[in-house]
Design a protein around this ligand. Structure first.
Ligand code: SF4
Length: 155
């Protein structure tokens, strides 16, 4: 009986750890829970590295405690998943959206677009038109446009 209780306790512990890990992934990568490819993350990081908005900031003072805790968990998971880009030590915080660039580089565009405030998108447009978020958004729109044209021409 004691053994069964121990096994159940272990099982609940594992289940809880699994749910927590999934929550961290979902908060970082969106519903898919899957990061973008290393090639795309590197491409994005290379743009951030040249961007004046990539600012060294005291991350833990910048974020309220709950957000700082979430960022810390995501950074821990990032290290466990070995998600690294070249030049990472010079990736800081984006002063336009206050995101941690080494984390955001791995986030699917769909999730970024869903959660970026319109004012922040506007500031990217005005201040940093070379931002990879805008470039990828434009590519996505072009693709949708091309697909629509193709469907019309196939009718
Ligand atoms: S504006 Fe775009 S490119 Fe510049 S630091 Fe922010 S996310 Fe990176």
């Amino acid at each position: 009986m004691r053994e069964l209780r121990e096994t159940m306790k272990q099982f609940h512990k594992m289940l809880k750890a699994g749910v927590t890990a999934w929550k961290i992934r979902r908060d970082w990568f969106g519903d898919s829970g899957v990061p973008v490819s290393p090639e795309l993350a590197q491409q994005r990081a290379d743009i951030c590295l040249k961007c004046p908005y990539n600012q060294e900031m005291p991350v833990w003072e910048l974020f309220a405690s709950a957000v700082a805790f979430a960022v810390k968990q995501q950074l821990k998971l990032k290290s466990e998943l070995k998600l690294r880009v070249n030049g990472e030590e010079n990736l800081h915080v984006c002063s336009a959206c206050l995101c941690v660039n080494s984390l955001k580089a791995w986030t699917p565009l769909k999730f970024i677009l869903e959660y970026t405030e319109p004012e922040v998108m506007d500031s990217f447009h005005k201040e940093e038109p070379e931002c990879w978020i805008l470039l990828e958004q434009q590519e996505q729109q072009n693709l949708q446009h091309d697909n629509k044209d193709q469907r019309i021409s196939e009718r």
